[in-house]
Design a protein around this ligand. Structure first.
Ligand code: NAD
Length: 328
């Protein structure tokens, strides 16, 4: 039976990845500071601990793993990444995890390691026009990410590729673009736009109003979790090291995303645009390279993923309300 290690297995993408690898017949070890929040882990072995500790990394990494996925990072949505309040932790914690993990994988002679980078590495100067953002892989340089989160991801991409070059390790680097789906963070300050909007709309009465950060004209694309996993596994098992975009090319304005979610939720909702942390004006995945290298690219319409996600978040909101009822 093939064996895999998933770091960040208590997080959104990691917990889904464990489930997917189990379905494929892998024996899976998951590692994280915390267990998954919304359903029990399906990992055969789940080790709770801190990957900022080099000894812990050496303990959990084993040469028997055919595939190692490094997804652990200190991260969140715009409300976490763009306020500047967490910059030191974001840079320090995530870089330390990656330095330790690569060192442990080299010592244990792990052959193949996957690293989840981000669209946040792309230069702000190419993302000022919401209609025409440039996010082809080669456009990453001259580097000018708009957040410390993006700078750490860019540094770690170099780190992984340098270990590949100097130590003969096989690395695979994906640049994820806004992954969403059920069992993602949906409240508390670290949630991303699709989850935050689903929550606001699920909480609002029919005919009510929600707040949307910025003028709502900023554009993004969002990739549903299942297609993110499909792309990640295809990249891992290909001959191409990356970096490669893993995202959707279906770009949408944030106000239109809110309208799409209201429609899916069957509610008439007014939008009030308010100042808030934003990020770049426009961002979209450019899937030419993934099509060329993997012969595959995501195709699922945004609306379909939103329907699954809204249904799940509406259930969480209802559950929360149930808990707050008098006597409940
Ligand atoms: P997440 O926050 O849900 O998962 C990350 C996990 O890492 C968390 O469970 C956290 O507890 C764990 N972690 C953090 N510090 C740790 C430590 N010191 N030791 C052990 N575990 C630690 O995030 P996610 O959305 O599942 O993202 C997974 C990866 O994909 C991250 O590297 C993220 O930067 C990257 N990424 C995600 C997106 C997205 O849209 N979700 C976009 C671009 C890149």
């Amino acid at each position: 039976m093939p064996e895999a290690l998933v770091c960040g297995a208590g997080g959104f993408i990691g917990s889904h990845l464990v489930r997917r690898l189990k379905r494929e017949g892998f024996w899976v070890r998951g590692v994280d500071l915390k267990f998954p929040e919304f359903s029990p882990t399906e990992a055969d072995d789940f080790v709770q601990g801190d990957l900022r500790e080099p000894d812990f990394c050496r303990l959990v990494v084993d040469r028997r793993f055919a595939e190692v996925y490094q997804l652990a990072a200190d991260m969140g949505g715009a409300g976490f990444v763009f306020t500047g309040e967490h910059d030191a932790d974001i840079l320090h914690n995530s870089a330390t995890i990656n330095l330790n993990m690569l060192d442990a994988c080299r010592r244990r002679r792990v052959k193949r390691i996957f690293y989840s980078s981000s669209a946040c590495i792309y230069p702000a100067y190419n993302q000022e026009d919401p209609e025409n953002p440039l996010c082809s892989e080669a456009s990453a340089y001259p580097a000018a990410p708009d957040s410390e989160y993006g700078w750490e991801k860019l540094f770690s991409e170099h780190l992984y590729l340098a270990f590949a070059k100097n130590y003969g390790m096989e690395v695979r680097v994906a640049r994820y673009h806004n992954i969403f789906g059920p069992e993602g963070t949906w409240k508390g300050g670290r949630e991303k736009a699709p989850a935050a909007l689903c929550r606001k709309i699920a909480e609002a009465p029919d005919g009510g109003e929600i707040e949307v950060w910025g003028d709502g004209q900023q554009t993004r694309s969002f990739l549903y979790i299942d297609e993110c996993l499909e792309a990640s596994l295809r990249l891992m098992r290909s001959d191409f090291p990356g970096p490669i975009n893993v995202g959707s090319e279906e770009m949408i304005r944030i106000n239109d995303l809110a309208r799409l979610i209201s429609r899916v939720g069957g509610k008439r909702i007014a939008i009030r645009n308010v100042p808030g942390p934003l990020g770049v004006r426009g961002r979209n995945s450019d899937n030419r390279l993934i099509r060329e290298k993997l012969g595959w690219a995501p195709t699922q319409p945004l609306e379909k993923g939103i329907a699954y996600t809204y249904a799940w978040i509406a259930e969480q909101v209802a559950g929360d309300r149930g808990g707050k009822k008098p006597g409940g």
